[in-house]
Design a protein around this ligand. Sequence first.
Ligand code: BTN
Length: 260
Amino acid sequence: MNETSLKKSLSKLNLGGLRYFDSIGSTNDEALAWAAGGANDFSLVVADEQTQGRGRLDRKWFTPAGSALAFSLILRPSAPELPHLSRTVGLAALSAADSCLKLGLAPRIKWPNDILVNGKKTAGILVETVWAGDEADSLVVGMGMNVYKPSVPPMDSLHFPATSLENELGNEPPAREQILREILTAFLSWREKIGADELVQAWEEMLAFRGEQVQIQSGGGAHVTGRLDGLESDGSLRLRGEHDNSVIIRFGDVKLRPIA
Ligand code: BTN
């Protein structure tokens, strides 16, 4: 992947702007600064390598050169989108999942932000907000997808089993810029439905461990267990507790694990 091949592949997408880096600290950091400086809606930062890639819960995200997709998309929400911004991670997850489906894989979304293929993490999403007072001025949707085998982090650094598209396909995946085009094309079409029930239904249908017993661990150390039931309209997770009670898990400092 290089700037020329990327521009060519994305030429029909009407991006607000494009910045490509052979190597960068974190595309999310670059995008947050660009957004704060007035970037247009649907501007994109892409890097071949990240040296300070970040995940949720202050985790490191591994992006060695030549192996992965790492990008950050800047959104400037329109007035009708503002009430639905909590669905953005689902919108991004569905877009990534659609690109895996197109490759003949069977992806699942591990709430809130991971794409699993055959039960192993293949992509992760980190949504960050630039605030203007109480209102979101812009959102940065960062996504990392493990495309080739070297993008899979070393086993001893993993919090959850991981894989790559190449591993799961058993052969060479398409070029990364082509996969990125598929993800962004799907994103544009899901974005039109951000306020529609259809988006939450599709997200719910794609959830990993649906109907199974799971445990939610919060950063404070508390654990909640229950059967994974579905999603609330804002994208919060709904579990069914042992007394058939609903337990709602909001986005935040939480980890989801299946109970074997
Ligand atoms: C996670 O699984 O915790 C989210 C991982 C998000 C990684 C992507 S890679 C592109 C963008 N830049 C970053 O520093 N992080 C996101």
